[in-house]
Design a protein around this ligand. Structure first.
Ligand code: 13P
Length: 287
């Protein structure tokens, strides 16, 4: 059964570790991430962007697939199904479809409008027993065609959003989605520290987990980060393993063209990446 992400993240913050949000794209991704969570006795959050939801055929398909896998694969660790960077309309669609968690990304609105919409969605999510994440200060990089500049959030604005009753908060601290450029200045721990001082026990979220050095991840966790989002790194691992299989000509040997064989190395590569992240984040054995 899907669970809200509230309890697992409060536990993570209190226990000084973080739960990974791994974005899903299809059946292989979902199976690989759920199996790795189960094997490592780790809680997990499956992230679905609006683009990925559309790609998979719609939110009902996603909910059906995830619930089916949890049942048929005997997944007993806590799993949350979370809308990643949702618009106002899609937050409602996902709550309706059976997601257990949503993120409302109102970071591009003026703060007053972000506050107003977040407040309404907090009530809607909690009404259904679902958790809700909000964002202040846009995360840089490109995601589903939206390019953010990688700002540092205003800690006072973070407090204003936190006070609305959101369950966890993404604050921009110079992090970006996708690969980090060579001249990246690193995370702003000063901003993170200031945000945590004003938001207290609230679990904080670090987006753009791909390519952040391990020491920065660990430091962010000591400053209140309890959820770390990883997307691009699984895509890179999958692509690399699939390329190797094809470049080695394995799809041309016997029935190597069978999708169950062709997609297997990529699926295994996702499992290895997810396991590595769970170990780094400290969530192994915390289910
Ligand atoms: P990466 O693709 O950089 O890992 O970021 C993922 C993310 O933050 C999803 O919201």
């Amino acid at each position: 059964m899907l669970v809200s992400a509230k309890e697992m993240l409060e536990k993570a913050k209190a226990g000084h570790y973080a739960v990974g949000q791994f974005n899903i794209n299809n059946l292989e991704w979902t199976k690989a991430i759920l199996a790795t969570a189960q094997e490592n006795n780790s809680p997990v959050i499956l992230g679905v962007s609006e683009g990925a939801g559309k790609y998979m055929g719609g939110y009902d398909v996603v909910v059906g697939m995830v619930n089916g896998l949890i049942k048929d694969q005997n997944i007993t660790v806590p799993v949350a199904l979370h809308l990643d960077h949702g618009s106002y309309e899609h937050c409602y669609k996902c709550l309706e479809a059976g997601f257990s968690s949503i993120m409302f990304d109102g970071s591009h609105f003026p703060i007053e409008e972000n506050v107003e919409k977040t407040k309404e969605l907090v009530a809607a999510a909690h009404d259904k027993g679902c958790s809700i994440e909000a964002e202040v200060g846009s995360i840089g990089g490109e995601e589903d065609g939206v390019v953010g500049a990688g700002e540092c959030a205003d800690p006072q604005e973070c407090k204003a959003i936190a006070d609305l009753g959101v369950d966890f908060l993404a604050a921009g601290i110079g992090n970006i989605h996708g690969k980090y450029p060579d001249n990246w200045k690193g995370l702003s721990f000063e901003t993170l520290d200031a945000v945590q001082q004003l938001t207290g026990e609230l679990p904080l979220v670090l987006h753009g987990g791909t390519g952040i050095p391990a020491d920065m991840i660990k430091k962010a966790i000591t400053l209140g980060v309890a959820k770390i989002n990883v997307n691009t790194e699984c895509q890179l691992s999958f692509a690399e393993a699939t390329r190797k299989y094809i470049e080695a000509g394995k799809d041309l040997e016997g029935k190597g063209f069978d999708p169950r064989k062709l997609l297997a190395p990529g699926t295994e590569a996702i499992k290895a990446t997810v396991k590595e992240k769970m170990e780094l984040f400290g969530s192994v054995g915390k289910a």
